[in-house]
Ligand binder design. Structure first.
Ligand SMILES: *Cc1c(COP(=O)(O)O)cnc(C)c1O
Length: 225
């Protein structure tokens, strides 16, 4: 794993160099879903602190076993009836894709007296098989969310299509970036657009070139699932 992780980290640095970005702007989230806790702890010893999980049950099980400065990111589809369960354990929810889910998060966060950092998941390529709202729906959702004071919208997330050639996703990433720029100009309450969560094992370098601030990499660190 150490070699694999080093390769990813070097690729991040190289991608940042190509577009004059500071590698510190890019957070590598090690997607540890389906992997045993030992794998996560090994990555921790190599300096990883941010981990991506997509199942509530797995988050609940892993959380007590990770060091206190390790963070779990919810990157998978979240059902409303699981919000209560997962909220205490996650540092950020990347997958808010409906007003109904946002409302549930708001209510639960208010009850806990907590502010929850979230990203809106955008289905940029309008794939039938994917969750996420369409780009043209994002602004309306954000305007509705501005009174939800226990939710802080930190940015946007997308899962790009599966492609053989990462270049084919460049315009998907660029579109998410441009959407974030448009939103930022509107200065909406409780909304910042500092985070762009985009890019996975197959295409994170292109995503960085297009402005990703969080990349979610599983296979290239932990091997195939
Ligand atoms: C599994 C997953 C990833 C990581 O995918 P890899 O191709 O293994 O890097 C990233 N984002 C989401 C939302 C995922 O579910």
């Amino acid at each position: 794993m150490e070699e694999k992780l080093k390769l990813v980290q070097n690729n991040i640095i190289a991608a940042c160099k190509r577009c004059n970005r500071d590698p510190k702007e890019v957070t590598l989230i090690a997607v540890s879903k389906t992997k045993p806790i030992e794998a996560l702890l090994e990555a921790y010893t190599y300096g990883m602190r941010d981990f991506g999980e997509n199942k509530v049950q797995e988050i609940v099980q892993k959380y007590p076993q990770i060091p206190s400065d390790a963070k779990l990111h919810m990157i998978g589809h979240l059902q409303r009836n699981k919000v209560k369960q997962v909220l205490p354990y996650v540092t950020m929810i990347h997958s808010v894709d409906s007003m109904r889910l946002a409302k549930e998060i708001q209510q639960e966060a208010q009850r806990n007296n907590q502010i929850v950092e979230v990203l809106l998941e955008v289905n940029v390529a309008k794939e039938e098989s994917k969750h996420g709202i369409y780009a043209e729906e994002v602004m309306d959702l954000l305007l509705e969310l501005k009174d939800y004071t226990n939710i802080k919208v930190c940015g946007l997330m997308t899962i790009a299509p599966y492609v053989e050639n990462a270049e084919n996703n460049r315009l998907v990433f660029r579109k998410l970036y441009e959407l974030a720029v448009d939103i930022r100009e509107k200065n909406i309450d409780n909304v910042t657009m500092d985070v762009l969560s985009m890019g996975m094992s197959g295409d994170y370098e292109v995503a960085i070139e297009e402005g990703a601030t969080m990349i979610r990499v599983g296979t290239s660190i932990f091997g195939t699932r």
